[in-house]
Design a protein around this ligand. Sequence first.
Ligand SMILES: Nc1ncnc2c1ncn2[C@@H]1O[C@H](COP(=O)(O)OP(=O)(O)O)[C@@H](O)[C@H]1O
Ligand SMILES: O=C(O)[C@@H](O)C(=O)COP(=O)(O)O
Length: 420
Amino acid sequence: MLLGCIGDDFTGSSDLGNTLVKAGMRTVQYCGVPQSPADPAVEAGVVALKSRSVPAAEAVALSLRALDWLRAQGCRQFLFKYCSTFDSTPAGNIGPVADALAKALGAAPVIFCPAFPAAGRTVFQGHLFVADRLLNESGMEAHPLTPMSDPDLRRCLAAQSGNGVGHLPAAQVWAGPQAARDRMMAEAHAGRPFVIADAIRDEDLMTLGRAAADLPLITGGSGIALGLPDNFRRQGLLAGNAESWRPQPGRSAVLSGSCSRATRGQVARHLANAQPALEVLADRVMTGEMTEDMAVGWALSQDGLPLIYSSADPAAVSAAQARFGRDPLAHRLEEFFAETARRLVAGGVTRLITAGGETSGAVVEGLSLGRLEIGPEIAAGVPAIRSGNDLVLALKSGNFGDEDFFARADALLAGRERTA
Ligand SMILES: Nc1ncnc2c1ncn2[C@@H]1O[C@H](COP(=O)(O)OP(=O)(O)O)[C@@H](O)[C@H]1O
Ligand SMILES: O=C(O)[C@@H](O)C(=O)COP(=O)(O)O
């Protein structure tokens, strides 16, 4: 294994796997830290953790265990993948995890770049934009678990990290890999080893990848990985033939616990298309009026593509959180989706589409999946995934995908539609 990656959630890890496979690296996503060694043919390993919203000390411990395993597989470089919207709070977990990984690897400077231009995320003057909006006006300010109210990534990171935070401005990125590298080294020498890097185009991410060729630790969204495979390819280390894919016949279902704007649009489209949909109201789940059994019984009796969703708008989310508490509510809803997924698969579902990072993490952990093979791209940042012989999945990040994502994902997973 050449490149060892640690993803702080499961959708994000598949997003990263998608980038690496497209750029020609044989990539496997592992659900949690594996117990046994990797297949030697794997060139990039992504250890997916559910560490984005757990207490910081737990996220650090999990990430260091993942690092130990990846080091034992011989990795030469390490990547910490977090969200392209920098999902975190002043308590972490991006800063504390990066502090621990940098210390363990003796890494300085360390790039921080969540930019993902294909999904509209760009970093300019140290600020994060989602399309033409600053992060704090993008809808992320109302996220149920990690509301993002400050678009200045230098301030966000400084609040969470024990390391000095510097900046690599766009002008130095546009001046090429050497200029970018020089600026990062200068920042590190000035006591600011954690460097927020501007990037507004894929070309900028390619430049950053090249500038980071000999850095032990890189951090960012999936975009920061765009240029890394070329570094290994230049050294003649890649075998080629990164992707293999086989669609899956059978039944499908969609589970959505994402309350993000894009997902709510996808739910609305599904309803407008008169496809079967069951709304899981937070109150009914918390009071036990709605059970997993009811949801599964409903889904298995539907024709078409059944959608079970708790996706709700910010006002409904706030009201439910005020009533039940943010964490107990999130925990119960995630448990609901995990158990529903288990029963759906036991009941014969072979294609599962999940929306939301925490939700997808709960589902994948609930299903005790181990190793995921990354297939073709369904939408920017969302690949088709295979787990063993009988199950294929799409783990959709909350804010990814067009309005027709659910139908499109199912068609691709079933082999009714070819890749983009
Ligand atoms: N109706 C709801 N009210 C409150 N919280 C909710 C509701 N539906 C889902 N949640 C919780 O909100 C969180 C959404 O996070 P996640 O699944 O990561 O979605 P996203 O990818 O959009 O961030 C989950 O913990 C989920 O359980
Ligand atoms: O980088 C991204 O935006 C995604 O890969 C990701 O991590 C999204 O997380 P969720 O929105 O919580 O699914």
